[in-house]
Design a protein around this ligand. Structure first.
Ligand SMILES: Cc1ncc(COP(=O)(O)O)c(C=O)c1O
Length: 372
């Protein structure tokens, strides 16, 4: 074995490519490029799969957050909480709608928001809205308590589920049970498109129709505009690709979860400690997450690289520390956890249909590193 990439997107099922390309030909022949039956089918399948009443496709996961923020009426100068440990798009989306981001630290064990810190942030900053982020294909184990507290304080809670398609908390779909949630279909996600795409999920009819309108120039009819929106429509080829992918999503997720479990079971007792989501969370296998003493991380990454094994660090820096946050950060709760996690987290290769040989090779090389 020559190595294992951190991620590869090329493990498609037999016939996937041919079926997709046949569909492309049909769309091409019908000059059906934006909207149309593939988009409708995608939205229906997404709603059915998550249990949300409405799923609205859009151009990418960042737009999805911006659409959700605007749909729930987050306005200029409003205060919006977001985790200090997330992808930059969450922070960016708040700024892009004119609101002021406040970063709130994560829990050092669960790597997500916990109820106590969220409550403290709501009580201290009295925000208009908050974006809870579910990273790594996990979810915050305190999701339900956070939702309830936000609702009791009139804080609109948006859930950035870019990484948690089909993740369940307390047995229920995160995306389907959130007041309003978003996802990304960036190709590297568990449900990835062949380009950029995203979606918003909600069971609130008013919010759903605002999302749909805002992402289509605020249209009420073709040349009438009820809102100032923008263009964030999903293309028909992306919808087609996602519709084909959805037929295989259960098998893809099962293979990812198998990889995560394999690392967990076979890498015990080492300085690199694989960790899994909390007991009340059913992860989707997006990421294999492990923690290591920060001082030991670079050497392990280097020796895995020499063995041809790719690793990742999701994410290497807290949001409040980013240069781009200067001038925008309106407050923060910083217990040092996001900073610690960014130095201690290490992600091992994880992608759909990893082979037993690939998994065994990664485990062998991790063990060999610590044995030497
Ligand atoms: C947590 C999180 N939020 C938002 C996004 C943004 O999604 P997109 O790249 O589709 O705009 C991503 C994608 O990487 C993400 O991981």
């Amino acid at each position: 074995m020559n190595g294992v990439p951190f991620i590869t997107l090329n493990r498609f099922e037999n016939g996937f490519k041919e079926n997709f390309l046949n569909g492309v030909e049909e769309l091409f022949n019908n000059t059906q490029f934006v909207g149309g039956p593939q988009v409708q089918m995608l939205e229906e399948t997404l709603a059915e799969k998550t249990g949300a009443k409405f799923a609205i496709g859009c151009a990418n996961g960042t737009d999805a957050i911006q659409l959700a923020l605007r749909a729930v009426d987050v306005k200029k100068d409003d205060k919006v909480l977001c985790p200090d440990m997330t992808f930059w798009a969450t922070f960016e989306a708040i700024v892009n709608v004119g609101a002021n981001p406040i970063t709130v630290d994560v829990n050092r064990e669960t790597l997500h928001w916990d109820f106590e810190t969220f409550k403290q942030a709501v009580d201290e900053f009295k925000p208009n809205a908050a974006i809870m982020v579910h990273l790594y294909g996990w979810a915050s184990p305190d999701t339900q308590k956070i939702r309830e507290y936000a609702a009791s304080k009139n804080v609109v809670l948006i859930e950035d589920g870019a990484q948690c398609f089909d993740t369940k908390v307390d047995g229920k779909s995160v995306l389907g049970t959130a007041a309003i949630a978003t996802t990304s279909f960036y190709p590297a996600k568990v449900l990835g498109a062949s380009g950029d795409a995203g979606a918003v999920f909600t069971s609130n009819e008013t919010w759903a129709s605002r999302v749909r309108s805002l992402g289509n120039h605020g249209r009420t009819s073709h040349y009438s505009y009820g809102l100032v929106g923008f263009n964030s429509r999903i293309g028909a080829y992306e919808a087609l690709f996602l519709n084909h992918s959805l037929k295989h999503i259960d098998a893809r997720l099962e293979s990812r979860r198998k990889a995560v479990n394999y690392y967990y079971e076979n890498l015990q007792g080492l300085p690199l400690k694989p960790i899994k989501s909390a007991d009340n969370v059913e992860e989707n296998g997006y990421c294999a997450v492990a923690m290591i003493e920060p001082a030991l991380r670079a050497a392990l990454q280097e020796s895995l690289k020499e063995a041809g094994i790719g690793t990742g660090v999701i994410y290497p820096g807290a949001m409040s520390m980013q240069e781009g946050a200067d001038g925008y950060l309106a407050g923060k709760i910083d217990n040092g956890n996001a900073h610690y996690v960014s130095q201690a987290v290490l992600n091992l290769p994880c992608f759909a249909y990893m082979t037993d040989q690939e998994l065994a090779y990664v485990v062998e090389k991790v063990k060999a590193h610590f044995a030497s």
